[in-house]
Write a protein that binds this ligand. Structure first.
Ligand code: M6R
Length: 361
């Protein structure tokens, strides 16, 4: 039942405020400026002994893991990174007892992720899951974890689950941070930010009309570039994947800082750029990148907290705490991918060549 929506994708994007509300519900502990994660199975002593965090997932879940790694590094000050599970399992990686491994999956059934988990377990590693489907294979094989509570996701392209997974990582990062060196006041600041998310997501979704109008301009692009820096980079990666999957327009994501090392050569009017430009400490750097693109007559759509002079259009999104901004900044780009695909009359819920869960090697 699509409840009045024309596609599951549209229905699921519109469910994001309630979905985020669900992942937060019952977990915030104001008294200690932290969160309680019931299924984590990791006591304070263990949490303090972690030297590294390695996050494994595929596709959108890998991108959510990239966001998560940055949150863990920023809030808990533990070196963290994300890697495609499929790459990890084939490169005979060093398995380190002081590393916390985290497997991320909507379905909990993706074979490459499951196989990575099994190999890690066999070698004695501690593996947590950040999973949506309760009782799924990955949920069962991991030592503990955080359920994402996005609710059922039917559309092949993941939207609400990406958002909820990034929120689940914010909770994990806050939890680890407060056991380690994150101050009470920073803990409170993050909690306040988390509480603002559902309302801010609803605000972004209310801007759909503006985005629908923009989509007409991108539907005939030859290729598109998505750029972002640090926190904005995984957002760019995910937005580029969404566009590819349902519109079939070629898109590539790049760190904005790498533009001048190659991709600037692609810039021309029918290769537009989408730039993630939060008003954080990298704002001036990002503005300089927009200037370089403009000087080469590139068209720019910015997703930002304030209007960007160098951009042809700015989608203004509400500002949260800088660490939480990535949760919000991709949402207008889900809508952009959706309306671009509509413009091209694509079968949005059933993109060609793709399956909802990839349970084969
Ligand atoms: O169920 P999972 O999260 O493990 O699935 C991983 C990927 O197959 C999935 O995210 C895929 O990239 C989606 N089509 C993204 O929209």
């Amino acid at each position: 039942d699509m409840g009045g929506h024309d596609t599951y994708m549209h229905k699921e994007m519109s469910e994001q405020p309630e979905a985020v509300d669900r992942v937060l519900r019952g977990r915030i502990e104001d008294r200690f400026a932290t969160v309680h994660l019931g299924g984590l199975n990791l006591d304070a002593r263990e949490a303090r002994s972690i030297r590294r965090v390695k996050i494994l997932g595929c596709g959108t879940s890998y991108h959510a893991g990239m966001v998560g790694a940055q949150m863990i590094e920023e809030l808990a000050r533990i070196p963290a990174d994300a890697e495609p599970a499929s790459e990890f399992r084939y490169r005979n990686a060093v398995v380190d007892p002081d590393t916390l491994y985290v497997a991320v999956s909507q379905s909990g059934e993706t074979y490459d992720v499951l196989a990575a988990v099994q190999e890690l377990k066999r070698k004695g590693a501690r593996v947590l899951g950040v999973v949506n489907v309760v009782g799924s294979a990955i949920a069962r094989e991991t030592d503990g974890g955080v359920y994402v509570h996005a609710g059922p996701e039917v559309c092949v392209v993941s939207t609400k689950c990406f958002t909820n997974t990034t929120v689940a990582f914010a909770l994990l990062a806050l939890h680890l941070g407060r056991i380690r060196d994150l101050s009470v006041s920073d803990g409170k600041r993050i909690i306040e930010g988390l509480r603002k998310l559902p309302g801010q997501i609803a605000e972004i979704l209310a801007g759909e009309d503006e985005i629908r109008k923009l989509a007409g301009e991108f539907a005939h692009a030859r290729s598109m570039l998505f750029i972002g820096r640090v926190r904005g980079y995984p957002v760019a990666r995910e937005a580029s994947l969404k566009l590819k999957e349902i519109s079939y327009i070629h898109a590539e994501a790049y760190p904005a800082s790498e533009l001048k090392h190659g991709p600037l050569a692609l810039i021309e009017p029918d290769v537009p750029t989408v730039a993630i430009v939060p008003s954080d400490d990298l704002l001036e750097k990002n503005r300089a990148a927009l200037e370089e693109i403009k000087a080469r007559s590139g068209r720019i759509l910015a997703v930002a907290h304030e209007k960007q002079e160098k951009a042809d259009h700015t989608i203004v999104v509400p500002q949260n705490e800088p660490e939480l901004d990535p949760i919000l900044m991709g949402i207008p780009l889900q809508l952009l991918a959706y309306h671009t695909a509509k413009e091209l009359d694509r079968d949005i819920d059933k993109p060609r060549n793709l399956a909802k869960s990839v349970t084969v090697e």
